[in-house]
Design a protein around this ligand. Structure first.
Ligand SMILES: Nc1ncnc2c1ncn2[C@@H]1O[C@H](COP(=O)(O)OP(=O)(O)OP(=O)(O)O)[C@@H](O)[C@H]1O
Length: 140
């Protein structure tokens, strides 16, 4: 399987509860290497651009406000099959459906405030990484 990179976000509900280290431990234990990482505060408009694909969904406004409600940690994870592996470690969108031991099963508060984001495909991963990181910030 090819080595891939994926964009991960530790969302405001998780940074607020000091869960960054525990979530990163799950990524690293699964063989994902954190090759770039920074803590930033998004504006609702910046969150809106990131989640543009969801703009027709009823929860779009709520989602943008939530993503701007506190700091997020944006990070690039690297490893074999990293995109699918990260989504496996994250668990289902709704924590009630997430498999035991996943980030969302252990930490998410609701379907909206669900602790993490992860890219869903190679093309979106490339776009999402470029939204937050410059080439200079990405070391192998
Ligand atoms: N019914 C809902 N009510 C409120 N927020 C929601 C709802 N469904 C999804 N969301 C929010 O929108 C995000 C994107 O939804 P999507 O269906 O793409 O889930 P996902 O692919 O598991 O999550 P992500 O894109 O964050 O990795 C979710 O992670 C969640 O924060």
């Amino acid at each position: 399987m090819a080595v891939e990179r994926t964009l991960s976000i530790i969302k405001p509900d998780a940074t607020k509860r000091n869960l960054t280290g525990k979530i990163n431990a799950k990524f690293e234990d699964a063989g994902l290497r954190i090759v770039a990482q920074k803590r930033i505060q998004l504006t609702p408009a910046q969150a809106g651009v990131f989640y543009e694909v969801h703009k027709e969904r009823p929860f779009y406004g709520e989602l943008c406000d939530f993503m701007a409600s506190g700091p997020v940690v944006v990070q690039v994870l690297e490893g074999e099959g990293a995109i699918a592996k990260n989504r496996e470690v994250m668990g289902a969108t709704n924590p009630a459906d997430a498999a035991p031991g996943t980030v969302r099963a252990d930490f998410a508060e609701s379907v909206g405030e669900n602790s993490v984001h992860g890219s869903d495909a190679a093309d979106t991963a490339a776009q999402e990484i470029a939204y937050f990181f410059s080439g200079l910030e990405l070391v192998g």
